[in-house]
Design a binder for this molecule. Structure first.
Ligand code: PNW
Length: 442
């Protein structure tokens, strides 16, 4: 198979993540991850289920490739499960686990679809969590070793590497608030889990460049335009601090080699030289956008320096998230204005919405609300491009309805409906619409 070049065209496609779609958690020597453990704990997942079966993509990946082909997609963003590659999270490599990604990558290339592989989408090997997880600095070193293994196995064919998916969300929900695995409630002390992820990103980028020269490397961030509830100095300061945690901690570090001032005192876990490692040049920045964030000064009993406030006056998705497409234009233009020449070209690596999506009597899912969401957000990307922002791709979240973390199977993000009792896939109306949108191009 020959590599698909990762430049010179616009990437249209869709995204998934290993634990959300693969299932087959015991197949071929896969080790356990923090999500297997978390889902076993009563009360953690809305429907009490887990990713044990999910979309069964480990066995049915050929159907996923067919769906991408039918869309006219030229890129597919998937993630690699670290516990399949290294069941202990370090040392011994598990060839049958790597072979799954070998098959998937070759299957994509046979259809002219560029494989965009994310190395870490939150499924940390459990033995590494037992040794401290991302709160332990060593995990960053382990991540770089794993990156070298994957680069050696797949680096001749992967079109673009993503190191981490959304280190902010993993830090916040996994380590600060505990609603995601590993379920720790460390509040601001979770900063260390963010810093160690950033260090892991930098070390992994070095390992990928050494093992897979010439393949573009990106970091994938969940970014949000932050708005204050009022112009009062207290609300403005709270918004400034929230923006530092959510966005700038994972941008200033990587693009400028500095921590934002608001986080300067957070740092005895930051060693000399870390920021130089973290600020490896990036080929692309992956941006996941769902909605803006509204922030107020904290109430009296709030231990945090900010308070999140629901955004009123917009329609909401089934998940309750506000639909604010212009927030995506604002975000992209803001990135360009803030970082200037330090901003690499951007790929929208996730954007989408959850709705109940019940099939009608004929089995069709007529998800007009998703079509409206995607149409408006793609137009918002177009507006940013017209304003001069270098956006190189748009990957919808998600190709398939899948295991939506703490929400279990209760939130459906797919262009394709999945019957979770059987694993059967059926394209929704939005899939047909997206096919036409891709065909039209810019
Ligand atoms: C992203 N939040 O997660 C992830 O990358 C996907 O795996 C996930 O399925 C998708 O978005 C939809 O949720 C997020 O609370 C999870 O702000 C939570 C938040 C944002 C993103």
């Amino acid at each position: 198979m020959t590599r698909v070049p990762a430049s010179g065209q616009f990437w249209w496609g869709a995204a998934t993540a290993s634990y959300q779609v693969e299932g087959a958690v015991d197949a071929d020597g896969r080790g356990r991850s923090i999500w297997d453990t978390f889902c076993d704990e009563p009360g953690r997942i809305a429907d009490g289920l887990s990713g044990a079966d999910a979309c069964r993509s480990y066995d049915r990946w050929r159907e996923d490739v067919q769906l991408l082909d039918g869309l006219g997609a030229n890129a597919y963003r998937f993630s690699i499960a670290w516990p399949r590659v290294q069941p202990q999270g370090h040392g011994r490599v598990n060839p049958p686990g790597l072979a799954y990604y070998d098959r998937l990558v070759d299957g994509l290339l046979e259809h002219g679809i560029a494989p965009f592989a994310t190395l870490y989408h939150w499924d940390l090997p459990q033995p590494l969590e037992d040794a401290g997880g991302w709160m332990a600095r060593d995990t960053a070193e382990r991540f770089a070793e794993y990156a070298a293994v994957v680069a050696d196995a797949l680096g001749d064919r992967v079109a673009c590497w993503g190191t981490l998916n959304e280190p902010f969300v993993h830090m916040a929900l996994g380590y600060a608030f505990g609603t995601h695995a590993p379920g720790e409630v460390l509040l601001l002390d979770a900063f260390a889990a963010g810093h160690h992820q950033l260090l892991g990103h930098g070390l992994a980028a070095q390992a990928l460049r050494a093992g897979s020269p010439g393949t573009p490397v990106m970091l994938v961030n969940n970014l949000t335009p932050v708005r204050a509830t009022s112009t009062s100095p207290e609300d403005a300061e709270a918004a400034h601090v929230y923006d530092a945690f959510h966005n700038r901690m994972f941008l200033d570090t990587v693009l400028l080699g500095t921590y934002p001032d608001a986080l300067a005192e957070a740092g005895d876990v930051v060693h000399d030289g870390d920021l130089a490692t973290i600020s490896q040049p990036l080929d692309l920045l992956g941006v996941n956008y769902y909605n803006p964030t509204l922030v107020a000064a904290p109430g009296a009993d709030n231990p945090l320096p900010f308070e999140l406030v629901p955004i009123e006056g917009y329609p909401t998705t089934g998940f309750g998230w506000p639909v604010v497409p212009e927030g995506l234009t604002e975000l992209l233009v803001g990135l360009r204005d803030t970082y200037g020449d330090a901003l690499p070209p951007v790929v929208i690596t996730e954007n989408g919405c959850a709705y109940p999506d019940e099939p009608g009597p004929d089995g069709e899912v007529d998800d007009a609300d998703r079509i409206a969401y995607l149409d408006a957000h793609i137009s918002a990307v177009g507006a940013a491009r017209d304003a001069g922002v270098d956006v190189r791709g748009y990957l919808a979240w998600s190709l398939l309805d899948n295991f939506e973390w703490a929400e279990g199977y209760t939130q459906r993000f797919g262009l394709t409906h999945v019957d979770f009792a059987t694993g059967d896939r059926r394209p929704k109306a939005s899939y047909e619409w997206f096919r036409g949108r891709i065909a039209r191009g810019w």
